[in-house]
Design a protein around this ligand. Structure first.
Ligand code: SF4
Length: 193
C-alpha cells in the first residue's frame, strides 16, 4: 500500500504488526460506514435537531476525553488512526475553539468510518422518535455490534488472546444488511423542505 498520508502510514504499520488486528479494524469500518450512511439519511429526512448544526457531528468534546465504548483489541490502534486523520486534515478555522478536535467547520466530523460506538449511537432523541414513527420500525442496534466486533472473534473462555476475525464475519454481514435496509427505507421518505 502506498504511504501517502499519515492515515495510510499508520494503517500499514498496524497491518505489518498484526494482519488480524487490521482485519478487525476493516470489519469495524464496514459496519461504522453503514451506520454513518444511515445517520446521514436520517439527518436529511427529519426535522431540526442540535446535531444538524454544521454537519453531522457538531460536538464539543474530544472522544479522547469521554467513554467511547471503544473497548477491545484494537482500541489503541483506532485511536492512533483518529490522530492520523487529524494530522491529514489540519483545522484551519480557529473561529470556534470549543469544538471536538475532530470537528471541522463546514465539514463536520472527519472520523467517518472510525467514529466511536458512542459517537455513532449518540443520535438526538427527537430524530430517533421522528424516524421510528415515520417508518413504523425501530432503529437497528448500533453500539452492541461494534462492541462485539472489537473483541476480534476471541474465545474469551478458551484460547484467550488468539484473534479469529472470521468469527465476526456473520455479525458484520448481518449488521451491514440491517443498516442498509433501514437506510433504503429512510431514503424513500419525502425530503424535509
Ligand atoms: S469524533 Fe466526531 S462525532 Fe465524535 S465527538 Fe468528535 S466530532 Fe463529534
Amino acid at each position: 500500500m502506498a504511504s501517502g498520508t499519515e492515515y495510510e502510514r499508520v494503517f500499514q504499520t498496524i497491518e505489518e504488526r498484526s494482519p488480524d488486528k487490521a482485519a478487525v479494524i476493516r470489519q469495524y469500518q464496514r459496519v461504522a460506514r453503514a451506520f454513518n450512511e444511515m445517520l446521514e439519511a436520517i439527518d436529511a429526512k427529519t426535522d431540526g435537531a442540535a446535531w444538524k448544526k454544521d454537519g453531522v457531528g457538531s460536538c464539543r468534546v474530544s472522544p479522547h476525553l469521554f467513554e467511547t465504548y471503544l473497548d477491545g483489541v484494537v482500541t489503541g490502534d483506532i485511536e492512533r488512526l483518529w490522530d492520523a486523520k487529524d494530522a491529514d486534515n489540519p483545522d484551519l478555522d480557529e473561529s470556534d475553539n470549543r469544538r471536538c478536535q475532530f470537528h471541522r467547520i463546514g465539514t463536520g466530523c472527519i472520523l467517518g468510518d472510525l467514529k466511536s460506538p458512542r459517537c455513532l449511537s449518540h443520535i438526538d432523541g427527537n430524530n430517533v422518535t421522528e424516524i421510528e414513527t415515520k417508518l413504523g420500525t425501530k432503529l437497528p442496534e448500533i453500539k452492541q455490534p461494534l462492541l462485539t466486533i472489537q473483541l476480534g472473534g476471541m474465545d474469551v473462555t478458551g484460547e484467550g488472546c488468539v484473534l479469529h476475525p472470521d468469527l465476526n464475519d456473520k455479525l458484520v454481514e448481518d449488521t451491514v444488511q440491517s443498516a442498509t435496509e433501514f437506510t433504503a427505507k429512510v431514503r424513500e421518505l419525502p425530503t424535509i423542505s
